[in-house]
Design a protein. Sequence first.
Length: 421
Amino acid sequence: MSIVAVGINHKTAPVSVREKISFNPDNLSIALQDMIDSVKCKEAVILSTCNRTELYLVQDNGIDVTQDRLIHWLEKFHNVPASTILPSLYIHQDQQAVNHMMRVACGLDSLVLGEPQILGQMKQAYSQAKAAGSMALIMDRLFQRTFGVAKQVRTETEIGASAVSVAFASVNLAKHIFANLEKANVLLVGAGETIELVAKHLYENNVGKITVANRTLAKAEVMAEKIGASVITLAQIPEQMSKSDIVISSTGSTLPIIGKGMVEHALSERKRQPIFMVDLAVPRDIEEQVAELEDVFLYTVDDLQSIIAQNMENRRKAAIEAESIVSSQSNGFMSWLRGLNTQDTVVSYRKQCLESRDQLLEKALLQLQNNKNPEAVVAELATKLTNKFMHEPTSALQSAAQGGELDKLIYLRDVFNIDSK
């Protein structure tokens, strides 16, 4: 029995290849069952994102047989020739596979080092496999351990502490300048991908009020609806500027949209209350001369890039610590997996029972030496032994019953030979 991870990602394949073997959430359950039947594996999980498609399996076949069957299945399921898939494919087995999965969950294998979104995507893949019935003991245990490793890495290292995108860096700067974003009014200029990401970060930080200004109102309204923002035209920016504590702009305009005079007027209306401004556009959306104004904090994309470069260096240092955690935890999981060997399991269980017996027997003999009534000592020993050996099975049965896990309850009744008559 072995664990296998097979896939392609942003490092091995262009998007033109990745999109050919991506999986739609709507047909994932069918894909999982079809893969188990075709590849002859015991358990299966599919992780499919814009940057990677990976298949995680538990199987009894040799690695060569599994790889051949997987490639054939991918060809058939996606109607894509093997010649398209093979050059980009990587395959890991056992500890390499476990190590790879843990690195993916921690963001160590991501396009942006340390990004947290992949962990949520792995949790979704886990839930989908659970729902499809393609996951059992080993994959369940591996994913639970993997989620624990990702949490440990986030807690014990600085892998995700530093902003490494201009959108995230913009919001981080705003958080440093404003003690409480919940009271801040924000004006976003533009409705493209960058501003949408800024809006998402602001929304997640519970910013007070967001207004989106865009040339095309319909496009801005689609984005604004997701975050409860209001929408204005570019012509309404001067009026909105005086109400805004934070202004972040990213449009495709070839000329500045926000001039020095417009900002001066807004500052006057605000009684010289400062404005924090970020210009993420190239060419600039905000006139360079705005930076000369006393009550304006203006940052350009170049200012943010220097911050991001330093933050990336911090993440690379944190990644070294994270790799050490992953290595240790993958070793631990493989030790557990090896312990599933039948003989080792029986020996471990017998040893555990004998140790419990010896501990209780030693106490009973000591009581006899102290002239305690032999019948009382034997009765107490019998009761304690019974309680000791009943505790774990009883807890497992109660847990299964309370959780409504009928399959597990039936299995446990069979294991403990519980007669229902």
